[in-house]
Design a protein around this ligand. Structure first.
Ligand code: NAD
Ligand code: IPM
Ligand code: MN
Length: 361
């Protein structure tokens, strides 16, 4: 029996509801494939602030470092929105990513045929879309110095963040994108704002130079404003999108809507070594928290990404992804992906349906 230590970070809002479903699914798949998961739960975000005063207690980072993979749900909520920056739930998540050195965030947006009608875009625009956003995750304007709210000589306040990348930071995420594209459609579109920003000029120069090592990859560059437009105009032109931290955050939410709902999109956050963090692209959805309305599929698909990218268990990952397709084929839908004639289910019932589908495989 293969034994894996998995840290669970349910976090806030809908986090605990969707995490419970993913854990049940993992237990069933584990039993079927003789994998044993040792789950340890730890605190992050608002839940950690309430219990310990810190959004990322040192104990949490330690437990994550000592595990084989981390499954995270979501953090944040109105309750903590007015705390000072260093005490906000989001600061805990950023600390986790930088603390574990997770510079590469893979966010796949693939339209499932069953959900074409749930997309807000026309069938012919989204049919066949299969994009991988490779988002840089530990640099850029999220982390650059100086940052803060300062007082100017005239006594006015001035908010400052700094968008900065070093050559080595650009190169390592560039390599991830090129290698990702090699296993997919062979095309990388690097998205930047090189017409205005020096940091983007360096980004574009380095990525262009790096492309020499990947002669089988077709590299293109696009400005981020155009990329936002092209994503909704003709998303099928994209295979792998390589971009910086902030642009990737924004573009991956836009890409999510191509697939019908942000409740469907998983992600993998990876470093050079050590445990990866696997988390949905969406947040804690405070507007529907505690109502059993959340779509657990992004969380469940994040568990599948954990098996595939974090634990090298592709068969187990396939099994979970097949079960997701099966329940969608049956017409099971949560509210966010509901359309005419389908069965409206809550979060828990969607989980039960997934487990049935797994047991019938
Ligand atoms: P959000 O993604 O939480 O919600 C946006 C909209 O999508 C809401 O209407 C929500 O109900 C819906 N939604 C999201 N996930 C869903 C799901 N699984 N099923 C059904 N509907 C879903 O974004 P927001 O409202 O901008 O942010 C809420 C909080 O989450 C904030 O505190 C924010 O900082 C935090 N956040 C956390 C993460 C994370 O933990 N990785 C990511 C994004 C936002
Ligand atoms: C995401 C979120 C986070 C980000 C926030 C909550 C810090 O929006 O994972 O997409 O901006 O990276
Ligand atoms: Mn985001």
């Amino acid at each position: 029996v293969q034994n894996y230590r998995i840290t669970l970070l349910p976090g806030d809002g809908i986090g605990p509801e969707i995490m419970a479903v993913a854990v049940d699914v993992l237990k069933v798949v584990g039993k079927q494939l003789n994998l044993s998961f040792e789950f340890q739960e730890a605190l992050i975000g608002g839940a950690a602030i309430d219990a310990t005063g810190s959004p990322l207690p040192a104990a949490t980072l330690d437990i994550c470092r000592n595990s084989d993979a981390v499954l995270l749900a979501a953090i944040g909520g109105y309750k903590w929105d007015s705390l000072p920056r260093h005490l906000r739930p989001e600061t805990g998540l950023l600390g986790l990513r930088s603390g574990l050195g997770l510079f590469a965030n893979l966010r796949p947006a693939k339209i499932l045929p069953q959900l074409i009608d749930a997309s807000s875009l026309k069938r012919e625009v989204v049919e066949g879309v299969d994009i991988m956003v490779v988002r840089e995750l530990t640099g850029g304007v999220y982390f650059g110095e100086p940052k803060g709210i300062f007082t100017t000589e005239t006594g006015e306040k001035r908010g400052v963040n700094t968008m900065a990348y070093t050559e080595s930071e650009i190169d390592r995420i560039g390599r991830v994108a090129f290698e990702t594209a090699q296993k997919r459609g062979g095309k990388v579109c690097s998205v930047d704002k090189a017409n205005v920003l020096e940091v983007s000029q360096l980004w574009r120069d380095r990525i262009t130079a790096l492309a020499a090592d990947y002669s089988n990859i077709e590299l293109s560059h696009m400005y981020v404003d155009n990329a936002a437009m092209q994503l909704v105009r003709c998303p099928k032109q994209f295979d792998t999108i390589l971009t910086s931290n902030l642009f990737g955050d924004i573009l991956s939410d836009a890409a999510a809507m191509l697939t019908g709902s942000i409740g469907m999109l998983p992600s993998a956050s990876l470093g050079a070594d050590g445990a990866g963090v696997f988390e949905p692209v969406h947040g804690s959805a405070p507007d529907i928290a505690g109502q059993d309305k959340a779509n657990p599929l992004a969380q469940v698909l994040s568990a599948a990404m954990m098996l595939r990218y974090g634990l090298s268990q592709p068969v187990a990952a396939d099994k979970i992804e097949q079960a997701v397709l099966k329940v969608l084929d049956q017409g099971d839908r949560t509210g966010d992906i509901m359309s005419d004639g389908m069965n409206l289910l809550g979060c828990r019932a969607m989980g039960d349906s997934l487990i049935q589908a797994l047991e019938q495989q």
